[in-house]
Design a protein around this ligand. Structure first.
Ligand code: PMP
Length: 392
């Protein structure tokens, strides 16, 4: 029997994470299936070697060079150039959003989100002693902007977390809905001595680069201003290098917001949270952005083809603007998950009851998934997928 003084609320909690299984086809954590090319590996190795020679010194605490490079990348990707002082980065967008909760959440405060959504959000809230309050999405997983506004007025949250595209459903938020949420958040944050503050609205665009052509990014709203300055100083748009960029192992997430919001995050970050090796590797990777993003278009078309294929097999498959597809419903989704795993294909049991989520892999991996699922649906044994080493 332990006598450790575990914080109330952590009893019985398990560490978060999907199973890490060594199987030939891993389609469970929405990674980019394409490894960096030898040229990218070479650049990162050279940058890391340069940084290694200075590892006796702490890294740059405010890392302006990396923040400028991230602002440049966002300008090319979305057409909106954020001020570099309104860009912030940490070890994955998980840590960036934890900084937001550390700065704006806390005891007596609430974080509001709309389910089904990313299952780490309640953990950021738990870890910062913030209440986690949820409202429902519509049956098609879109948000009812009027219901969101009503929930904001009722809950008076410090932070609203909205993923777009949403995980695990793939659903994007139209900009008019984001605008409506930002308006509702104005003056409806936590009450304080000076009256009510605004609620901070985080649009989590971890999968933003996979959105379909013509779908705008919430970054566009950061550019809106009037005589008083930025129109939405309470907006933060979170991004990551883990998904489209193909750098999940690097652990580099970031956000763009007003300078005032980022200055609050700088107060709560640990000194030197971003190692010199991470900064050097991220800068080197950003130099290769065109190549690293080169597979996004083909991943998008694999995704759209998969939705059509699943529908052809009688499944419900949701339109997705991300690199995964939610499909089902199955009477026993755990049995379908286990049967696919037996054939070397690892996906994720997540989302509404009966549904499963599959990440988009290479054409060979998707063929292995389709063949395994066909076999499972038909109750027959599909052909075994080729082992990872055999794939080109
Ligand atoms: N947001 C969403 C919606 C995600 O699905 C993920 C990763 N699964 C993240 C944020 C965090 O990603 P990272 O910490 O790797 O940037």
């Amino acid at each position: 029997m332990s006598t450790l003084p575990l914080r109330p609320g952590l009893e019985g909690e398990e560490p978060y994470g999907a199973p890490e299984l060594d199987v030939p086809v891993r389609l469970n954590v929405n990674e980019n299936p394409y490894a960096p090319s030898p040229a990218v590996v070479e650049s990162i190795a050279r940058a890391a070697a340069g940084a290694a020679g200075r590892l006796n010194r702490y890294p740059d605490r405010d890392f302006p060079a990396l923040r400028r490079a991230l602002a440049d990348y966002l300008a090319v990707e979305s057409g909106v150039r954020p001020d570099w002082e309104g860009v912030w980065a940490a070890n994955g967008s998980n840590e960036v959003m934890l900084h937001v909760l550390q700065a704006f959440g806390g005891p007596g405060r609430a974080c509001l989100s709309f389910t089904p959504t990313y299952s780490m959000y309640p953990e950021y809230a738990r870890d910062t002693l913030t209440d986690y309050v949820t409202g429902p999405r519509r049956a098609d997983f879109t948000l009812d902007a009027a219901a969101v506004a009503a929930a904001i007025e009722r809950v008076r949250p410090a932070v609203v977390l909205l993923a777009s595209p949403n995980n695990p459903t793939g659903t994007v938020l139209p900009l008019d809905d984001v605008r409506a949420v930002l308006e509702a958040a104005r003056g409806h944050g936590p009450a304080g001595a000076d009256g009510a503050a605004d609620a901070v609205v985080v649009i989590d665009e971890a999968y933003g680069e996979f959105r379909r052509p013509g779908v705008p990014s919430a970054l566009e709203l950061l550019a809106e201003s009037d005589a008083a300055g930025p129109r939405h100083p309470h907006l933060a748009v979170a991004r990551t290098m883990s998904k489209a960029f193909g750098m999940a192992g690097l652990r580099l997430g970031y956000l763009a917001a007003s300078r005032e919001l980022v200055d609050a995050l700088r107060v709560v970050r640990l000194p030197y949270h971003l190692s010199a090796l991470t900064q050097a590797a991220a800068l080197a990777a950003l130099d290769h952005r065109e190549e690293l993003m080169g597979q996004v278009a083909s991943l998008r078309s694999e995704r759209d083809a998969l939705v059509a294929w699943l529908r052809g097999r009688g499944c419900t498959a949701h339109e997705s603007d991300a690199n995964f597809v939610l499909f089902g419903p199955f009477e026993d989704r755990d049995a379908v998950f286990a049967a696919l795993l037996e054939h070397g294909v690892l996906i994720r049991v997540v989302g509404p009851e009966g549904y499963l989520r599959v990440s988009i892999g290479t054409p060979d991996e998707m063929e292995a998934f389709r063949s395994a699922l066909d076999g499972v649906l038909a109750g027959t044994r599909p052909r075994a997928p080729r082992a990872a080493a055999e794939r080109p």
